[in-house]
Design a protein around this ligand. Structure first.
Ligand code: AMP
Length: 174
């Protein structure tokens, strides 16, 4: 059995001092590991109805696209401001300094659709929480959130209280 955690490369002080960046490219380039990760991320949802998988730019696209095919669901991108071409909704969220925002196409999700959200990594939870607000504004039902990696010492789960969270790899300390 492949140890997925051992395939994550830690890059100290990237993109700025004090951040331990979790580089997933070392896992992605390993075919069997990538397949195991996608299968394991999909596991809780195989017997549930999933209309669309929402992936967050940019590494959420890699897993979200693969999971959508695996679950025979559609794929919806959530992007940084100004990237999506048609009419969008925007949600802002707080960073340590300042704010950031995510956008979704207004017609990406219809009322009552079952939505699975995915991203590569759960840190403070701000990005996922803002994305959940976008999905709820469009009246989609978030059935779960799946992350390859969780930095549990940052307590991001506390920002996502109402949705079941599925993660494969945990880093309990920096
Ligand atoms: P957050 O909103 O704090 O949960 O941050 C999650 C987003 O930022 C995800 O899209 C991650 O790809 C990225 N991210 C945050 N911290 C890290 C980290 N230490 N290593 C790699 N990506 C990170």
């Amino acid at each position: 059995m492949i140890d997925l955690k051992s395939l994550i490369r830690n890059i100290p002080d990237f993109p700025k001092e004090g951040i331990g960046f979790k580089d997933i490219t070392t896992l992605l380039k390993n075919g069997p590991a990538f397949q195991i990760a996608v299968n394991a991320l999909c596991k809780p949802y195989r017997n549930q109805k999933v209309d669309v998988v929402v992936g967050i730019e940019s590494r959420g696209f890699i897993f979200g696209g693969a999971m959508a095919v695996e679950l025979a669901a559609g794929f919806v991108p959530v992007r940084k401001p100004g990237k999506l071409p048609a009419a969008t909704l925007r949600e802002e969220y707080k960073l340590e300094y300042g704010t950031d925002a995510v956008e979704i196409h207004r017609d990406a999700i219809q009322k009552g659709m079952k939505v699975l959200l995915t991203d590569d990594l759960l840190a403070t939870g701000g990005t996922a929480a803002a994305t959940i607000r976008l999905i709820k504004k469009l009246e989609g039902e978030v059935i779960g959130v799946a992350f390859l990696i969780e930095l549990s010492f940052l307590k991001g789960r506390e920002k996502i209280p109402d949705v079941p969270i599925h993660t494969l790899i945990d880093f309990a300390q920096e």
